[in-house]
Design a binder for this molecule. Structure first.
Ligand SMILES: Nc1ncnc2c1ncn2[C@@H]1O[C@H](COP(=O)(O)OP(=O)(O)O)[C@@H](O)[C@H]1O
Ligand SMILES: [Mg+2]
Length: 469
């Protein structure tokens, strides 16, 4: 099955839409990834901030304690107190931020526990002892224990920082990889789309634009009269159908022009033939008779002495000759254009034809309306030739002539009950009738099955003349 242009266009359009859709999906996916990466780096920044808050809490706790133990001045405890006050909030923030990752969460909870221990076990005991004037608080081992705890805490905070940093590096690498993949895929898809669009455009140009342009050129040539122009049928789908239709149209135009030329030539030839016949009939008939009549009269004039009886006989012959010449001339005039047709119309004219026919003719005038002179003359000559054919070829016992008013036309039917088998190819009469009907813009149909009689139907448009003139 040949695929239509509509199918091809829809298929190519769908492929393009699919590709562009994929392109946008990839773009959306990359944007989403970049957004997640942005969110994650925000989160990493918050972890760094929470760690440094914890670090400053730890260093304030240690600095406050150290200053107080060394000076016994309670004012020096201010950083310790403020760090203790900030600690619960900072610890909660760190725990929350580290919760998503197990290793960071474990490390954070150990930092929080160690800091709580530092405050509860070490800091509170040390302040209490110092307030009671306990000498051991100056003991360096006590403060060494504090320094050790602080070192442990700082180590844990360092580990947490580096864990977070390693995670951030891994995330950045993954984001870069995703961005690269997206970029490569996008470039690939856009490249294929461009190729597809270019290919489709070239295809459309070759399959639609060029054939249509050739068809337009051909239509121009046809309009200019070059009816033998044809197109190669190479287009796809509907364009191919168009090319074929144009060729068929050119073919039938050419055929009808040839038929028209041939029928014009036949009409001219038959007019010439009719003129020759009139000339021959005048020459062989009326002219010969008039010559012999004038001879007869001359002989009668020159008879010496005039014999009345002889004269009377000569005049009688001359009168008979004149009557015959008049009959000849009337018959000839009838053949050229019967006066009765102009005066009485088709009905009376057809009746005179019927009188002359050796086969009995039945005439049925369904309408008595008068038609334009050329239409009536056309119908008359068609009936005359059809009746002559019946007499000459049909061996019929009767023939029926009907005149009717059809749809905007005169319809003449001549039907005999003879042997049938009428054939355009075997003579010139029927072809002449068809030419006459077609010259008037009408049609002639001959139906003549062998053994079933012949039916000739002529349809002659009534308004042709007024339209043509
Ligand atoms: N009514 C008819 N019945 C039988 N045969 C007919 C009839 N009319 C025409 N034909 C046949 O068709 C042929 C063509 O007719 P036509 O063109 O009038 O030529 P023509 O009458 O000069 O022979 C005739 O030769 C005859 O064989
Ligand atoms: Mg004939």
């Amino acid at each position: 099955m040949r695929r239509g242009l509509t199918f091809r266009t829809v298929a190519a359009g769908s492929a393009l839409v699919l590709l562009v859709g994929i392109c946008f999906l990839i773009l959306a996916e990359s944007v989403q990834r970049l957004r997640v990466t942005g969110q994650r780096s925000d989160y990493a920044r918050q972890v760094v901030l929470a760690v440094s808050a914890m670090r400053s809490d730890v260093s304030d706790l240690e600095a406050g304690l150290r200053g107080y133990v060394q000076t016994r001045n309670t004012d020096m405890l201010a950083p310790y107190a403020s760090a203790r006050a900030r600690f619960p909030q900072d610890a909660a923030a760190l725990a929350r931020l580290c919760a998503p990752n197990a290793d960071e969460a474990a490390l954070a909870s150990s930092i929080i526990e160690d800091t709580q221990d530092y405050i509860a076990d070490y800091g509170a005991t040390l302040i209490q002892s110092a307030q009671h004037g306990d000498a051991s608080v100056r003991n360096s081992t006590v403060t060494d224990d504090g320094v050790q705890r602080i070192n442990v805490l700082n180590n844990e905070l360092d580990r947490l920082t580096s864990l977070d940093r390693a995670r951030a590096v891994a995330r950045n690498e993954a984001a870069t990889r995703a961005a690269n993949t997206a970029q490569i895929t996008m470039t690939f898809v856009i490249g294929i789309s461009v190729l597809l669009i270019v290919g489709f455009t070239v295809y459309l140009a070759r399959v639609v634009v060029m054939p249509v342009r050739r068809a337009a050129t051909m239509a121009g040539r046809l309009a200019g009269g070059a009816l033998d122009t044809r197109l190669p049928v190479s287009g796809a789908g509907e364009v191919g159908d168009l090319q074929q239709a144009l060729n068929v149209m050119a073919g039938s135009l050419e055929e009808s022009r040839d038929a028209l030329t041939a029928s014009r030539a036949r009409i001219v030839a038959s007019a010439d033939e009719a003129r020759r016949r009139v000339e021959r009939d005048l020459h062989d008939g009326a002219q010969q008779r008039l010559v012999s009549l004038s001879l007869e009269l001359r002989l009668a004039q020159m008879a010496d002495p005039p014999d009345v009886e002889q004269m009377r006989a000569a005049l009688g012959r001359a009168a008979a000759e004149v009557t015959e010449v008049v009959d000849d001339l009337r018959e000839m005039a009838q053949g050229i254009h019967p006066a009765i047709l102009t005066e009485g119309g088709l009905g009376p004219a057809l009746r005179t034809l019927a009188h002359r026919s050796p086969v009995p003719v039945e005439i049925e005038m369904v309408t008595h309306e008068r038609f334009p002179a050329m239409v009536e003359a056309g119908a008359y000559y068609i009936a005359a030739e059809a009746l002559a054919n019946t007499a000459k070829h049909a061996k019929a016992s009767s023939v029926r002539v009907q005149v009717d008013r059809g749809d905007e036309s005169l319809v003449l039917t001549v039907q005999d009950d003879g042997c049938g088998g009428a054939d355009y190819a075997r003579g010139s009469g029927l072809v002449g009738l068809r030419d006459r009907a077609e010259a008037l813009g009408g049609t002639l149909r001959v139906s003549s099955p062998v053994g079933e009689g012949t039916r000739i139907t002529a349809r002659l448009p009534v308004h042709l003349l007024s339209r043509g003139s």
